[in-house]
Design a protein around this ligand. Structure first.
Ligand code: TYD
Length: 208
C-alpha cells in the first residue's frame, strides 16, 4: 500500500525554532481560502494515543534507550497515519503535517547510535510506505556568533553538545534533501516569513 486517493501530503521539517508552525499556518490559510479542505496535524501527537506517546517521549526523557525511543516515534507514526492521515488523503484532502519520518532519521540518527537507513525503513514499515508528495525543509544555518563564542570556550559543555547535536540534525536533513530533490523544497529559514511563504505557495500551487 503506497499513496492513497487523490489527496496531497505535505510535511514540514526543520530544527526547533525554524518557523514550521508559522509557515504551516500561512499555507493552511492560503489553501483554505482557495476552497481546499486541509487537515493540519503533527508528530509526535496528532491522535489521542499520539499525544500520550508525545508526553512519554518528550517529557519523560533521560532513561529511554535509543531503540525504544525510535520505536515510540514509529508507533506514534503508524497509528497517526493509519487512523488520521490516510483516511484524509483517501477523501482527497490536503494534509499539512509538522514533522514526519525525516525527523526520525535526522534526530534519532543524530544520536550516533542508530543507522539512518534502518530508522527510515522502520518508518516505512510503520506507515506501509507512505512518503509525502512534498517536504518543505526550513533550513536554519548555524549562528556564526555562537561558533565564535564556542571558539573562545565561553559556553559550557552542555551547550556545546546541544550545538553539535543540532549541527548533526541539520547535516542529516540536508543529506536527505539531496538524496530526494524531487520531494524536498529547501528554504533558508532566516528569510522574511512572507518570502518563505511565497516560495512555499509557488511549489504547492504547482502540485494542485
Ligand atoms: P516540538 O515540541 O513539536 O517542537 P518543534 O517541532 O517546534 O521542534 O518537538 C518535537 C521534538 O521531537 C523535536 O525536538 C524533534 C523530536 N522528534 C524526533 O526526535 N523524532 C521524530 O520522529 C519526531 C517526529 C520528532
Amino acid at each position: 500500500m503506497d499513496k492513497p486517493g487523490a489527496g496531497l501530503f505535505i510535511t514540514l521539517e526543520g530544527g526547533d525554532g525554524s518557523g514550521k508552525s508559522t509557515q504551516s499556518a500561512l499555507l493552511t490559510e492560503w489553501l483554505t481560502d482557495a476552497g481546499h479542505t486541509v487537515l493540519v496535524t503533527r508528530e509526535p501527537g496528532g491522535t489521542p494515543l499520539g499525544e500520550e506517546l508525545r508526553e512519554i517521549v518528550l517529557h519523560r526523557r533521560g532513561d529511554i534507550a535509543p531503540r525504544a525511543e525510535a520505536l515510540i516515534y514509529a508507533a506514534d507514526r503508524a497509528h497517526h497515519i493509519a487512523t488520521k492521515v490516510r483516511p484524509a488523503l483517501e477523501r482527497g484532502e490536503i494534509v499539512v503535517q509538522d514533522r514526519y519520518l525525516d525527523s526520525s532519521v535526522a534526530y534519532q540518527g543524530a544520536g550516533r547510535v542508530l543507522d539512518g537507513t534502518e530508522i527510515r525503513n522502520l518508518s516505512l514499515w510503520a506507515t506501509e510506505n507512505l512518503l509525502p508528495d512534498l517536504t518543505i525543509l526550513l533550513d536554519l544555518p548555524e549562528d556564526d556568533g555562537r561558533d565564535r563564542l564556542a571558539e573562545r570556550t565561553k559556553y559550557d559543555r552542555l551547550e556545546a553538545e546541544a550545538a553539535d547535536f543540532h549541527a548533526r540534525v541539520r547535516a542529516a536533513y540536508l543529506g536527505l534533501a539531496e538524496a530526494e530533490p524531487g520531494r524536498f523544497l529547501v528554504l533558508d529559514a532566516r528569510q522574511p516569513r512572507e518570502v518563505i511563504a511565497a516560495a512555499v505557495r509557488e511549489r504547492v500551487g504547482s502540485l494542485l
